[in-house]
Design a protein around this ligand. Structure first.
Ligand code: GCU
Length: 669
């Protein structure tokens, strides 16, 4: 079907040449040794994939013959242990989750080998082989994940409303669980395993005490049972005040023995029904959530208390650094709060605590410089938190491929000897998955789920390669389709940056919904809720001075960066107004004034949105009608949105700058 439900696992019939090659690699599917739930999933997927691509059911054999597609671990196949030194040596470097694909001779036969050290490695290898088969790549690979934790975070409430969700209700049907396990959970597991995702937090970071009561633990256990064969562990968001709010303790103070004992009992209770439960994700003392600071304790006190309860079961705590609360920081510079609170705690977290840091210091903006905590906490394992759901980039309406955005952050040099990617132990993506037929609200938004997963496996991967792979799997491997689709994907995020927040502007979206422009809003109760707080435009200039003459947020970065960005002339243009407040007539590298440059960027954003629309129109003959039409409608709406953004922002900034539009620029209608 062309409704998008199959995501990138479509397994469409191959053309003649590809077909012959795939057929030769897989005359039969052979699993060495006894099946397990995980190898069963792998073999089922290979059968499904081959049936789709070749148009007939593949043979499954007990023993390898020539042309077999052979799944084997050294424990499953003694001949593998006896294989060449090179092969065994390579396997030894691949760890518990890696795999290798090779055309080789084993047990007297020419086979296509999917080898790994564990069954999960075999499952990942099976998906990799299928991806190669569908895109026409050669099955010659060895791959192991670079990050230990590759997580999705669902911001799903128990009533199935998804916070910042633009693709329908939550896929978790809490009412029907645990007895009724929707087929969607299995398909969700397949899609995620195909990317190497190995953990999922089922519920919103703005959590509820009920999540940790017996009925919900049983529901989570039922989901965990479905996901387990696919190598995906279940985690829950825990509300810090849970025992207090359930009236089972008199306080939630993390140093209270009563509270510590409660969490230990709770952990024991969870592990009884979910023996491989992953652990807790916690949002504390942020946006009104309870936390250890309510008792004058630190984030480390809070995290370590939960960590102690989970440690005997090998569970972990992912403690979020997204802290943003009224007070001094809100009045001066919200961007500084996380660093100020967490940096001093480096080295005081328990071994099973990870600090989860958003990519930037404000909040999932179309573009932000990397968060200064990356590189600044060498004694604490860190997780990157990206947002896959596009809260600030036009929801699931506007096209914006986030692969390029994730890549930009991951490749940033912290100037502490490591890129951002190299500072990470794990990655979390706020999911864009819902109960919409196509899962993500739009077809193009599936690419963001895909890119996130591929980058979590390998944060050094290229956003363009990933886009190419996704386009081939999702639409067609025909280069007449992939080349233009990839061009659209690659230009899309910059397009959104230009028509929303060019040159380092940020957080000028309407407060609350975060969808359209509202740079004029200045009357909300907290200073940092008002867009004017972020752009600071007046008759003289625009931008947020975060240098020494302003809030000095810049000093939170490594000295080399702080020095470079202290001067607007050596600050990357894309972050100019993030760090500097500049006069309207400041001369840009283009030779234009800042005012003229700003107008030019908004114009370019709109022009590129129109270009996305016409590029898609040119693809019409190559795309199935349903998916063509569904994206055509969105791209038209995107042109409207870009027009609105440009006109509203220019009109507003002109009202404060008092400057004329340069000749040739039309006044907004
Ligand atoms: C953003 C978002 C909230 C969310 C918060 C978080 O502020 O708008 O809905 O709860 O981030 O990450 O905790």
């Amino acid at each position: 079907s062309e409704d998008g439900y199959d995501l990138w696992l479509r397994y469409r019939p191959l053309d003649k040449t590809a077909r012959a090659s795939v057929q030769a690699q897989a005359r039969s599917i052979v699993l060495a040794g006894e099946p397990s739930p995980t190898t069963r999933a792998a073999v089922e997927e290979l059968k499904r994939g081959l049936a789709g691509m070749l148009g007939r059911d593949p043979a499954v054999a007990a023993r390898p013959g020539d042309g077999a597609l052979l799944l084997a671990t050294p424990a499953r196949l003694p001949e593998l242990a006896g294989a060449t030194n090179a092969l065994r040596g390579e396997l030894a470097t691949l760890g518990d989750e890696g795999y290798l694909l090779r055309q080789t001779r084993i047990a007297g036969h020419n086979v296509t080998l999917i080898a790994a050290n564990t069954d999960i490695g075999l499952l990942y290898g099976a998906y990799a082989w299928l991806r190669d088969a569908a895109t026409g790549a050669k099955p010659e690979a060895a791959s192991a994940p670079k990050l230990q934790l590759r997580m999705l975070n669902h911001w799903d409430n128990l009533d199935r409303v998804v916070e910042r969700g633009y693709s329908g209700q939550s896929i978790w049907d809490w009412w029907a669980l645990p007895d009724i396990k929707d087929q969607r959970y299995t398909d969700y597991a397949r899609a995620n395993a195909s990317l190497g995702i190995n953990g999922t937090v089922l519920n919103n970071v703005n959590s509820k005490p009920e999540v940790l009561t017996a009925p919900f633990i049983a529901k989570a256990a039922a989901v965990a049972d479905v996901l387990r064969p696919y190598g995906i562990k279940v985690y829950l968001s825990a509300r810090f005040s849970t025992p207090l709010e359930l009236h089972e303790t008199a306080t939630a103070d993390p140093l209270s023995p009563e509270v510590r004992a409660w969490w230990q009992r709770k952990a024991d209770e969870i592990y009884k029904v979910i023996p491989d439960f992953g652990g807790f994700l916690v949002k504390a003392n942020s946006e009104g959530q309870p936390g250890p600071q309510d008792y004058h304790r630190t984030h480390a006190d809070g995290a370590n208390m939960l960590a102690a309860a989970l440690a005997p079961h090998k569970g972990i705590v992912m403690w979020r650094a997204f802290v943003y609360a009224p007070g001094e920081h809100s009045a001066s510079d919200r961007a500084k709060q996380a660093y100020d609170e967490f940096k001093p705690l480096d080295g005081s977290f328990a071994a099973n605590v990870l600090v989860q840091v958003k990519n930037g210091a404000i909040d999932f903006q179309p573009r932000e410089p990397f968060h200064p905590l990356f590189g600044a906490m060498p004694k604490t394992p860190l997780m990157m938190e990206f947002q896959i759901t596009k809260e600030y980039l036009g929801f699931s309406t506007d096209m914006a491929y986030l692969g390029t955005m994730f890549e930009e952050t991951l490749r940033s040099d912290t100037r502490t000897g490591r890129t951002v990617a190299q500072t990470l132990t794990g990655m979390a993506g706020v999911a864009n998955i819902g109960s919409d037929r196509n899962w993500s609200g739009s077809h193009f938004d599936q690419a963001n789920w895909y890119a996130y997963g591929r980058l979590a496996w390998n944060p050094q991967a290229s956003a363009r390669d990933i886009a190419t792979e996704w386009a081939a799997l999702t639409f067609s491997p025909d280069v007449r389709v992939t080349a233009p689709v990839v061009d659209m994907l690659m230009m899309s995020r910059e397009t959104v940056v230009n028509y929303m927040t060019p040159l380092g502007l940020h957080h000028i979206m309407g407060t609350g919904h975060h969808y359209g422009p509202a740079p004029w809003v200045d009357n909300l109760e907290r200073p940092d809720w008002n867009p004017v707080y972020y752009h600071r435009a007046d008759s003289k200039g625009i931008g947020f001075d975060r240098t020494a003459s302003g809030t000095n947020a810049l000093e939170q970065y490594a000295p080399e960066i702080a020095r470079q960005y202290a001067d607007p002339h050596t600050t990357p243009e894309q972050f100019l107004l993030w760090f500097h407040h500049l006069p309207w007539d400041y001369v840009m590298p283009s030779g234009r004034t800042l005012w003229a440059e700003l107008l030019a960027r908004y114009d370019k954003g709109l022009a590129d949105a129109k270009s996305l629309q016409s590029r898609w129109a040119a693809l019409k003959p190559m795309i199935d009608p349903r998916r063509y039409r569904e994206e055509e409608q969105r791209l038209a709406r995107q042109v409207y949105n870009a027009t609105l953004w440009r006109d509203a922002c220019i009109a507003y900034f002109q009202s404060v700058s008092g400057l004329a539009l340069p000749p040739g620029v039309q006044a907004p209608a």
